[in-house]
Design a protein around this ligand. Structure first.
Ligand SMILES: [Zn+2]
Length: 294
């Protein structure tokens, strides 16, 4: 990422750092005061509109997109993200987004995953301005930036679409799950977003579907790996179980505190009922754990 605007780069880096610390998302409050390493803070989201055009910047800094259902194919057609003009004139707020295209400067795409919670993508580039369709085409990363919509043959386009859709799917699932658990491991309550994953209770093969938070668990890296290997199980009534052989082993503090002492503890679940782990899925998954133990 190189632009003639060091401030823009600094803001983008600060937003992505914040998201890393939170576990893959930023809140509206975070975006209202993004602290910069050089001191001070900047607003990175408009109070009401989808396009944020800071007065002292020549081009748009961020745009909001609010997916309301399964990803529309149109959104990632050709591996590029289709972003609709703001209503009304083709100029207005759209003019500075067009300027980002002309200048080739990076912007931040904020995907709203729940009220006041966004998964940020940056640097994102505006790679085309389709005035007739009233939309901009955004490249979600450098690798697709120079693949203009017309430059790909059909298999390449399908591949780019799959890659981009998968990337959105994974990042947004992680953001939604970790936000629901308030950046905390469900097993040990570790609060470092950088060390947290969104684990699937049941493997999710439907890439295109909107993944449900109730099929996810926010877990730290070690508990995620232990859960995936069925060394750690979670009963449908949210009690943590550790594999019997592991319980009998003698080793250092990670085994003792990190795993053995979690046996019998109760899972920390999200406040919202609809976000809590789905009991039927847990039951199905717990059967695999029990089978491994016996
Ligand atoms: Zn943990």
């Amino acid at each position: 990422m190189t632009t003639a605007e060091p401030l823009r780069d600094l803001i983008i880096t600060s937003v992505m750092d914040r998201a890393g610390k939170n576990g893959g998302f930023v809140t509206r409050a975070d975006l209202s005061f993004v602290s910069l390493p050089t001191g001070g803070s900047r607003r990175v989201i408009d109070a009401a509109r989808g396009i944020w055009n800071p007065r002292d910047m020549e081009a748009t800094l961020s745009v909001v997109s609010s997916p309301s259902g399964p990803y529309a194919d149109r959104e990632v057609e050709g591996g590029l993200f289709h972003y609709s003009y703001r209503e009304g004139s083709i100029n207005g707020d759209n003019a500075k987004l067009r300027r980002a295209f002309e200048l080739g400067v990076p912007i931040i795409l904020l995907r709203k995953v729940r009220d006041g919670v966004y998964v940020p993508y940056a640097p994102v580039y505006v790679v085309d301005d389709l005035v007739g369709q009233r939309e901009f085409l955004l490249a979600l990363d450098e690798s697709v930036r120079f693949l203009g919509s017309g430059n790909l043959n059909a298999p390449e386009r399908r591949y780019a679409e799959r890659v981009v859709r998968q990337r959105l799917h994974q990042a947004e699932f992680r953001g939604r799950v970790i936000a629901a658990y308030q950046t905390r491991c469900a097993v040990c309550r570790l609060r470092h977003g950088e060390l947290l994953d969104a684990a699937h209770i049941i493997a999710d093969r439907d890439e295109a579907g909107l993944p449900a938070v109730s099929n996810g668990l926010a877990l730290c890296k070690i508990h995620h790996a232990a859960f995936d290997m069925n060394m750690l199980g979670i009963s449908p009534d949210y009690v943590v179980r550790i594999d019997q052989k592991l319980l009998e082993e003698v080793d250092g503090p990670m085994l003792r505190h990190g795993l053995q002492e979690m046996h019998g503890s109760v899972l920390t679940v999200p406040q919202r009922r609809q976000d809590r782990p789905d009991k039927a899925r847990l039951e199905q998954r717990f059967a695999e754990f029990v089978q491994r133990v016996s």
